[in-house]
Write a protein that binds this ligand. Structure first.
Ligand code: HMG
Length: 386
């Protein structure tokens, strides 16, 4: 039985910051962000948007009533949790009116969480071929004003419907993983923003890739010649490009072929920024919607990396007619986001929900996004469907 990705949806908050404006405000050469990091804009989320609203919006864009009746598992991968106990998936399950007899959970391992969710979904469908699993990657990446990671922030969610006989991509059974206990990027419970050893994290990203790829080649007998494209975790686009260059080593022909596809695979990431666990799947969506070269039967190699660190290499093969499940004008939709000044972005960055003594917040700003946080009532978050 073929199992894989049947549908993919995406949602970003309605605000965007131009990194050229950020560079000027921080007295940095704009080319450091544009050429040095290969990034041009980043998505910014107001306090009425969180991993629940973004995840629900990404999923609502793809689900039919039949899907909602067949889904019996909702998995949210995230490292921007809104609660230490209750899973964001439970809120999303309710907001989307998914049939009640479902399992709803949250998975965490930095940017790797949703990839683990995808594997779990695949195993579940192997056991229950008539069911469908909703896997959502949803995150808000905030490093701090004027911090080293500031230009690599972002926010957004990718939703994937996993099923038997999928209409976009069959997931192959060739996954290999690596776990390496390192402190390259982490966020203690008492910290609002992550702690990051920037240079070390970039080295570990690449070293985990090359060593895991060597293992993948040994385990599967496959090589880069078997793949039409590669999608990597994209904390910022230049990092992905360096990863690709590292595994192509001295094979210039393969590097040139895969680099062409890579540029198609970062079109959305360049204007959204790091969305942590969803970045690799946003890259897949970007590849599928922007490549004129890919065709059914082509295989795509994936490198998922989550700091801490866990990584996975796996692959998928495109299905006949996959392009019918995609959107043609997504970049135009992204161009409609409201462009913030640096002062507006900084104000949003520091905005916090002000609770009274009883844990209530009722006067949150109006938000006309499809899903929004409406109020907090005795420490309970209440969402509105618009
Ligand atoms: P930095 O010190 O600000 O920048 O840190 P830099 O000095 O390393 O410069 C960056 C690049 O810009 C360099 O390119 C410069 O040469 C170039 P490279 O040599 O590396 O190819 N540059 C210029 N180019 C053109 N014109 C100019 C110019 N000036 C400089 N004028 C760093 C960069 C990535 C460390 C920082 O942004 C950071 O700490 N980011 C956050 C951490 C991160 O993203 N790490 C990535 C790997 S870890 C990961 O992916 C996991 C993660 O997603 C978290 C998770 O798993 O949950 C982060």
């Amino acid at each position: 039985m073929n199992i894989g990705i049947d549908k993919i949806g995406f949602a970003a908050p309605s605000y965007v910051l131009d990194l050229a404006d950020l560079a000027l405000a921080r007295q940095i050469d704009p080319n450091k962000f544009k050429i040095g990091l290969l990034q041009s804009e980043m998505a910014v989320a107001p306090i009425t948007q969180d991993i629940v609203t973004l995840g629900a919006q990404a999923a609502a864009a793809i689900l039919s009533e039949d899907d909602k009746a067949a889904i019996d598992m909702v998995i949210v991968g995230t490292e921007s949790s809104i609660d230490q106990s209750k899973a964001a998936a439970v809120f999303i399950h309710q907001l989307l009116d998914i049939q009640p007899f479902a399992r709803s959970i949250e998975i965490k391992e930095a940017c790797y969480g949703a990839t683990a969710g995808l594997s779990l979904a695949k195993s579940h469908i192997a056991q229950f071929p008539n069911s469908k699993v909703l896997v959502i990657a949803s995150d808000i990446a905030k490093y701090g004003i004027a911090s080293g990671g500031e230009p690599t922030q972002g926010a957004g969610a990718v939703a994937m419907l996993v099923s038997a006989e999928p209409r976009i991509m069959v997931l192959n059974n060739d996954n290999v993983c690596q776990t390496r206990d390192i402190m390259d990027f982490w966020r203690p419970n008492y910290d609002k923003y992550p702690r990051v050893d920037g240079k070390f994290s970039t080295e570990q990203y690449t070293d985990c890739l090359t060593t895991t790829f060597d293992y993948y080649v040994k385990q599967t007998g496959k090589s880069l010649a078997d793949f039409a494209a590669m999608c990597l975790h994209i904390p910022f686009s230049k990092q992905g490009l360096k990863g690709l260059q590292a595994i192509c080593q001295n094979d210039e022909k393969t590097l040139s072929r895969l680099t062409e596809r890579f540029h198609e695979a970062i079109v959305y990431n360049q204007v959204v920024g790091n969305i942590y666990t969803g970045s690799i799947f946003l890259s897949l969506l970007s590849l599928l919607e922007n490549s004129q070269t890919l065709k059914a039967g082509d295989s795509v190699l994936f490198y998922s990396y989550g700091s801490g660190a866990v990584c996975e290499i796996f692959s998928g093969t495109l299905v006949e007619g996959y392009h019918k499940q995609l959107v043609e004008n997504r970049l135009d939709q992204l161009k409609e986001r409201k462009r913030l000044s640096v002062a507006e972005y900084e104000a949003i960055f520091f905005e916090e929900i002000a609770l009274d003594e009883a844990g209530n917040a009722i006067d949150l700003p109006a938000d006309d996004c499809p899903f929004a946080l409406q109020q907090v009532d005795q420490h309970k978050r209440i969402y509105r469907k618009n």
